[in-house]
Design a protein around this ligand. Structure first.
Ligand code: PLP
Length: 399
């Protein structure tokens, strides 16, 4: 028996409604805003009930490392938005990825991983998975023949990110899922860059979706959080015990903040993406810019794949400067409004120079394999007036 109460939100409701109402359970006080159950434990009406609950024969909360009512509201709301059967929330995006990559795997299993992954995901795959006897094969995830080759042997999991960081490549989810399934494996998509508003990997054949909720879902720079979403039985069989005993649980306070973040997620992401579209066009015409990569622009090399998978171009832009690294640094240093920060998906526009920061530990070959030189910067477009952002960039680019 599940230790979690059933979710009663009608599934036919539309996303904007689910984001405000989904998964809500009320206490006996009938509060309008979701209650924050800042509690580590729960009391039982009797010794018999305690024994039954611990044995999994009675429904109810036991301990917040396993489940908590506020965390559960966040999990259910996100699952409804994603169209997933179930969800487990974690303390950070990396706790989600770590759980996802370790819990289902046994010694001898193989993971196929994209070369284009967030650097801490690369670290886990290089340092943790091999210690557990799990083999990791790295491939250029944009290359379908590489997938065909890698999936000619049994696969347990495959991990991709699309759009990728920082070059915003598109990975063809439907084609990759088909290859991975043929090899008996499951496709995990780190959907942070697109957000659950703009891209639904499960609809394109993925089996699992992982999030850093720190990014768009909070989107206001306050808390860390993460989530793993997938089929209920797969979570119960492969994730739940590991999650329960290794302790990646999300704090109820952070879950409450993220739950409130979900209420405005649709509004924020769509406005940020609309701003990004304007800024990408401005940058593409700017004489100091060498190249712009924005999934929503037809000159993006993977525009057609992005268009199939993602509702709009998203909130992130990568661009390279004609003057290389010096020009990139001078642009970052000249900005008055846009902050230099490695975070993304925030209400505040943030800019970063990946080659010297988030991607500094990659070897030169690894960086060139993903097309990243030190002329590139990554801009996460926020909720400011786009004209103010354009004026800020224009002034910084003029030096
Ligand atoms: C930020 C990020 C993560 C890690 O999330 P944290 O919440 O920082 O632990 C994983 N994947 C991607 C693509 C990210 O951007």
């Amino acid at each position: 028996m599940s230790e979690l109460p059933p979710d009663e939100t009608p599934r036919r409701l539309r996303p904007a409604t689910l984001l405000v109402r989904g998964g809500t359970t009320r206490s006996s006080w009938a509060e309008t805003s979701e209650a924050l159950f800042l509690t580590s434990g729960f009391a039982y009406p009797s010794a018999e009930s305690h024994a039954a609950r611990m044995a999994g024969q009675e429904e109810g909360y036991i301990y917040s490392r396993f489940a908590n009512p506020t965390v559960r509201m966040f999990e259910e709301r996100l699952a409804l938005l994603e169209g997933a059967e179930d969800c487990r929330a974690t303390a950070s995006g990396m706790a989600a990825i770590h759980t996802m990559l370790t819990a289902p795997c046994n010694p001898g299993d193989r993971i196929v991983a994209a070369k284009q992954l967030f650097s801490s995901c690369v670290w886990i795959l290089k340092n943790v998975c091999p210690k557990m006897g799990v083999e990791v094969e790295w491939i250029d995830a944009t290359d379908l023949s590489a997938w065909r080759q890698a999936c000619s042997r049994p696969v347990r999991l495959a991990l991709v990110e699309t759009p990728t960081n920082p070059m915003l490549d598109a990975i063809d989810l439907a084609a990759v899922a088909e290859e991975v399934h043929r090899a008996g494996g499951e496709l995990v998509v780190d959907n942070v860059f697109a957000s659950p508003i703009l891209q639904k990997p499960l609809q394109h054949g993925a089996d699992w979706v992982a999030y850093s909720a720190t990014k768009h879902i909070d989107g206001q720079g306050r808390v860390l959080g993460g989530a793993v979403l997938g089929r209920r039985k797969a979570i119960e069989d492969h994730i739940q015990q590991y999650y329960r005993h290794t302790g990646p649980a999300l704090s109820p306070f952070n879950a409450w903040v993220l739950l409130k973040g979900l209420e405005t997620l649709d509004l924020r992401v769509r406005r940020m993406a609309a701003n990004a579209e304007l800024i990408a066009d401005f940058l593409a015409d700017h004489p100091a810019i060498e190249s712009v990569r924005y999934p929503g622009r037809t000159d993006h090399p993977h525009h057609e794949i992005h268009k199939r998978q993602m509702e709009t171009g998203g909130t992130l832009i990568a661009f390279s400067l004609k003057g290389g690294k010096d020009a990139a640094f001078s642009c970052l240093n000249g900005l008055k409004l846009i902050d230099i920060s490695n975070n993304l998906g925030d209400a505040k526009s943030l800019i970063t120079h990946p080659a010297t920061t988030t991607h500094r530990t990659l070897t030169d070959e690894e960086r060139s394999a993903i097309g990243l030189t030190d002329a590139w910067v990554r801009l996460s477009v926020g909720l400011e007036d786009p004209n103010d952002l354009i004026e800020d960039l224009d002034a910084a680019l003029k030096g």
